[in-house]
Design a protein around this ligand. Structure first.
Ligand SMILES: [Zn+2]
Length: 326
């Protein structure tokens, strides 16, 4: 369903390729001319002559973007604001004060407890994704500074097995939240996930309760937790820690939901409303608190922390933490 509408979007906007500045076209490529049909052919041939790894075509407005500009713009389209996927490390750099991030449990790695086999074994998949992403699993956690605030921060990476939550993602986040509680600092988790990691069966599902349990202690200590939802945040992650933030913000256009639209449509036998499961749809219905573009995220989070930390009453924090320790 969504794939079809994406395709329609794409074919409608493809002629916008003609709006590319002459300067932005690599040498040796002539600008298109003549009928729209000819122009389309021209843009196809132009696409072939674009050196790989130098330009990216926007999936929404079809604008050609110089990769350097795309990186400088935090992987968002300078023309239409479309948010491309971004790695956890790049996102980390865009959010925290320079050289303040102290990573936790960087080496923690999953074990194939169930000895899961399918087309490919879970162990070989883990090795493949470790090599591909350079990460040990689908989340980075650590302590950092953002403006005046010390923060316990977790950032998920969709490129590692679809950002799925297995025992390592759950354990790293839980430890990070507990350190946040102990140090009386706010927690921020940036989510992107296809849900629980089914290669780990029950071990992945129990992470939902575990992370939420840790967040409950953090909340009892009267400490703020901000959940940031990015494209896509779904299933077991959305049904646990991603949806229990004191403040829940999302990136524009992010798909947010539990089951996918096709499953819901088949189950309910009803037409889904336009924009179903987008950040904007949820914002209109009061499910999230704000939509923040990526390049405003750091400043907005700092502003929220200023506001939320001002309301932390010191005695309650001490009492709750004491209770937790005993
Ligand atoms: Zn665009």
């Amino acid at each position: 369903m969504s794939t079809m509408s994406d395709l329609n979007e794409f074919s409608k906007t493809t002629p916008k390729l003609e709006t590319v500045d002459a300067e932005s076209i690599p040498a040796g490529v002539e600008p298109g001319s003549g009928s729209s049909k000819l122009k389309f052919k021209e843009s196809t041939s132009r696409k072939k002559s674009i050196p790989k790894g130098l330009w990216t075509k926007c999936g929404k407005c079809a604008e050609l973007i110089f990769d350097k500009d795309l990186d400088e713009n935090l992987k968002t389209c300078p023309s239409c604001g479309f948010h491309f996927p971004i790695s956890a490390r790049l996102r980390l750099d865009s959010l925290v004060d320079e050289k303040t991030f102290k990573e936790l449990d960087a080496e923690m790695t999953s074990v194939d407890v169930l000895e899961f086999t399918g087309v490919e074994s879970y162990s070989s998949k883990l090795e493949k994704y470790k090599g591909k992403t350079g990460e040990s699993d689908a989340v980075i956690t650590g302590l950092c500074k953002m403006g005046e605030h010390k923060v316990a921060l977790g950032i998920m990476d969709f490129s590692f097995l679809g950002g799925s939550m297995g025992s390592v993602v759950g354990e790293k986040l839980t430890r990070m939240i507990e350190i946040g509680t102990k140090n009386k600092i706010p927690v921020i988790i940036i989510s992107t996930s296809g849900g629980a990691r089914m290669y780990e069966g029950m071990f992945s599902l129990m992470q939902m309760a575990k992370t939420c349990g840790a967040l409950a202690y953090h909340s009892e200590a009267n400490l703020p937790y901000i959940s940031v939802l990015t494209h896509p945040t779904t299933a077991g992650v959305m049904a646990s820690y991603a949806s229990v933030g004191d403040l829940i913000v999302a990136e524009p256009g992010a798909m947010i939901g539990f089951a996918g639209p096709r499953v819901i449509k088949d189950t309910t036998q009803a037409e889904l409303p336009p924009g179903f499961q987008t950040a904007e749809f949820l914002m209109d219905r009061g499910m999230i608190d704000a939509i923040i573009p990526r390049n405003e995220m750091r400043n907005s989070l700092i502003n929220y922390l200023d506001y939320m930390s001002a309301n932390v009453s010191q005695p309650k924090v001490k009492r709750a933490v004491k209770k937790r320790v005993s």
